[in-house]
Design a protein around this ligand. Structure first.
Ligand code: ACO
Length: 402
């Protein structure tokens, strides 16, 4: 492929590849996916081992710096992130101007974009110290912003971060604690959230990550690039699918529709209905992340005493899909979004918060990919070509003569 494309370039020809089905935009040493075998590794480490044995910040360090941290490196990193978790009062005021009922993904993208106005000392993409500062600021503040988006939605006062808790634990406390009572964070919930964030932490050149790289290729700062990634993630064909799955399950339940009749609609493509949470551009077998989420969904829901009939509907849909020719022929399997919403719901999040949680998890991946691109001597400004299909030359007529 590489040889052919360089020959094409020399002869002035271009390839048309809608959706970049066959185009690699970069070389990367961060994440490996084998879509046929359902393999996912971060920096060579299998995803199931990381989900089982590490913490989210440990994985963030691995993705960003390339190696698992030693105990002292991890402690230093966690301390740096903790030190920056509080947001400026003016920033709280900024967030206070967002309509409470507005979608939190729009709030998250606006808030992250806004960070660049508050931290001008961290904007130079080619200054290692500034990039390191922007890195910890983003990991720290996205957590605080995400919990504030939830609090604003439900109309509760914003809580200050408390450094004596872990990253995930304090995120849950800031999100759900009452300001008047001591909040006991359930370790089962902390563990489940830690795993979900790890599973979302990177996924090579997906739509939002490619967006982050495209924006960064113009030497835009890290906040501007990542805010663009948040917007790309919001679409229901990408990160927005986790919210769309729950919406679909609720509609099946409340619409009095059977699982089988819904599946008929999907298979006949009635009104463009798709089985949300199914299918993937790269995975042509079971998404390994979905397998881990599915394994934990049952345990988490029963430990939280949150048995949900939506889980039964989801299981019913999957059961039909896995033995149905429509799905088998097209190699459509559950993706990471199929079961995550049910766990988030059991934790107490509303569906609108599901995609911001995806963004919180994806933050280390976006940062790592942007940093890799900035250091790559092959990087050029992203500027695809096109095949023009419009009118040939036409003569202009002034408006009075048209
Ligand atoms: N339900 C029903 N049919 C589907 C689905 C689905 N979820 N996904 C794909 N198909 C069908 C298409 O209709 C098409 O059928 P055809 O060959 O008869 O025309 C065929 O499978 C191939 O689909 P494409 O849309 O060409 O595949 P693509 O790789 O472009 O899209 C995508 C991948 C966007 C993920 C798609 O599978 C989809 O829309 N899934 C539902 C949304 C979703 O869950 N997104 C989350 C993705 S994972 C993530 O971002 C974290």
């Amino acid at each position: 492929g590489i040889v052919v494309s360089s020959l094409l370039k020399e002869t002035g020809l271009v390839t048309v590849d809608p959706g970049f089905m066959n185009t690699a935009s970069c070389e990367s040493s961060i994440t490996y996916i084998d879509g046929d075998q359902g393999i996912l590794r971060y920096r060579g480490y299998p995803i199931d081992q990381l989900a089982e044995g590490s913490s989210f910040l440990e994985v963030a360090y691995l993705l960003i710096y390339g190696e698992l941290p030693s105990p002292s490196e991890l402690e230093g990193f966690v301390t740096r992130v903790n030190r920056h978790t509080q947001v400026h009062e003016d920033f709280r005021t900024l967030m206070g101007t967002f309509p409470r009922s507005g979608h939190p993904m729009a709030g998250l993208a606006s808030a992250i974009n806004g960070l660049s106005m508050f931290y001008p000392e961290s904007l130079d993409p080619h200054d290692d110290e500034q990039v390191d500062l922007a890195t910890v600021l983003l990991l720290a503040k996205t957590r605080t912003i995400t919990s504030y988006l939830h609090r604003r939605r439900v109309g509760e006062p914003l809580l200050f971060p408390d450094y004596s808790h872990g990253y995930v634990e304090d995120f849950l406390r800031m999100t759900f604690a009452s300001p008047y009572e001591k909040y006991e964070v359930d370790p089962v919930v902390v563990d489940a959230m830690e795993k979900l964030l790890i599973l979302h932490a990177d996924h090579e050149q997906n739509c939002s990550t490619s967006t982050v790289r495209v924006v960064g290729s113009s030497n835009a700062n890290l906040y501007a690039s990542v805010a663009a990634g948040v917007n790309a993630l919001s679409g229901p064909s990408h990160g927005g699918a986790n919210e769309a799955v729950l919406d679909m399950l609720e509609k099946i339940r409340s619409g009095g529709e059977t699982v089988a009749s819904f599946m008929d609609k999907v298979k006949t493509k009635q009104d463009g209905v798709r089985l949300m949470g199914f299918g993937h551009r790269v995975y042509k077998s079971y998404d390994p992340r979905a397998a881990i989420v599915k394994k934990h969904a049952d345990a988490v829901l029963s430990k939280l005493d949150a048995k949900d009939e939506l889980l039964d509907i989801a299981r019913g849909l999957e059961e039909i899909a896995l033995s149905d020719d429509y799905f088998i022929e097209r190699k459509l399997y559950p993706n990471v979004d199929f079961y995550t919403g049910l766990i988030y719901k059991a934790m107490g999040f509303e569906p609108a918060m599901f995609t911001p949680l995806f963004a919180l998890g994806r933050m280390p991946g976006w940062i790592a990919q942007w940093r890799e691109m900035m250091k790559d001597p092959q990087t050029k400004i992203s500027r695809p070509r096109q095949v023009y299909t419009g009118a040939t030359e036409r003569e202009f007529l002034p408006v009075s003569l048209r």
